[in-house]
Design a binder for this molecule. Sequence first.
Ligand code: ZN
Length: 186
Amino acid sequence: MKLPIRKYGDPILRTKGKRIEAVDDDIRALAEDMLETMHAANGIGLAAQQVGRALQLTVLDVSPVEDRPSTLTLNGKPIAELAEAMPLVLLNPELRLGAETDLGSEGCLSFPEITADIERAISVEVEAETLEGEKVRIEASGLLSRALQHEVDHLNGILFIDRMSSASKVSHSSRLKRLQKETARL
Ligand code: ZN
């Protein structure tokens, strides 16, 4: 089932997600709905807060994006064909950032029509759990690294505007104010 996506101004986007202690039917159904919602919106990542649930759960699928490469190592095994490992459904992810950073364009399904260059670590390591209750260790670079950082930020109530340069924030300020007002009316 496709779910409505919460937009900037909705307080749930600022709420830190609760750890998921046990995977039950509710969590499985939520993950499935989040995948459907993300794919329908042509997104590459979605956090539980964006569909109204403050939980440590995110889904990602960078395989449709061909012009921005990623690398992925799963439990120590390099994945040659990225699409085969997608989508990712991650519970309780913990992130370790690589030292080097770069600037890259980002958007967010909770901020329609807004994109900005954001500085992020080029590579990350993530430890998380799967829906099957297994631990998974991910090493990623490129677009997937960026998407993982963006989504784990969501799970902690952090939004990409918090990481924008002040110049980008100023240039988007009227759109941001309008978005907040629209959300408040809902
Ligand atoms: Zn986002």
